[in-house]
Design a protein around this ligand. Sequence first.
Ligand SMILES: *Cc1c(COP(=O)(O)O)cnc(C)c1O
Length: 314
Amino acid sequence: MSLHVITPTIRSTALSQRAGLDVFLKLENVQPCGSFKLRGVGHACSALHAKGARRFVSSSGGNAGYAVAYAGRQLGVPVTVVVPETTSEKAKALIQSEGAQVVVHGGSWQDANAHAQALLDAASAFIHPFDHPLLWEGHASMIDELATQCAKPDVIVCSVGGGGLLAGVGEGLLRNGWGDVGILAMETEGTASYAAALAQGAPVELPAVSGVATSLGARRVCERAVGLARELEVRSLVLSDAAAVEGCADLLDAHRLLTEPACGASIAGLDGVRRHFPDARSAVVIVCGGVGVTAEQLQTWRKPASGQGRPGAA
Ligand SMILES: *Cc1c(COP(=O)(O)O)cnc(C)c1O
């Protein structure tokens, strides 16, 4: 049995009118952990548990770590998540709410990750946030579902952090005979590791990442994401933080769905579909979701961009 749920695909009249395309939304935000991550993580954890893993270790304080915690509890396997000191109390509490042990170690993700690797023994499995074939195979199930829910779209719009989602979408397209569907790969200016990799033809390490789309903040993408761009029609689009935040606001207004800027980038990317794929008539946005957001936080992010014209705003 899979740990993720089948998610709805809905047509968006509001976003279709704006983009001048038939727009559908694949609602991964309704997964029990709030993001698509559970597809790949659940698949990987199930497979590794069947092979004898008796503990899962993660070094993500974000949606991936939360998904590992959830998957571990469902499978009855203890989970340890090592996070750096910079991880918010809220993120730690969320991971602990699934019964996982949170270990705080070091000032950066690199420190936390090194500690996580040192904790591994023969009975435990490390669950990477984006770079593993089992993750891609699990993420690909969203395209299997999509193929039963709507006609073949011309373009899929999805966000790129470390490229696990993109690799899964690509694998899903290929295994469903949808290899001619284009992919618009969305990033923000502070997290554009995929744009840099495509320009270089190979993954490159960014000196730093920044901005509000923290779930896209992998300094280096996985090889597979770059390889896919040679097999499929992939275009990269990089937007400002403000545009990603407006994407969140647009999705909230149109469908009353709250998502992270990592996901808002893909909503905002709809405006670029016609530019990158001039013949496109339809697009599916992977609404990747994310739990690192509240209504209040979204308001705060919006303030610099829309400080005027909001009567009563302090
Ligand atoms: C992880 C994540 C991404 C990026 O996925 P990658 O596999 O790292 O490319 C995008 N959006 C959300 C909400 C995520 O949690």
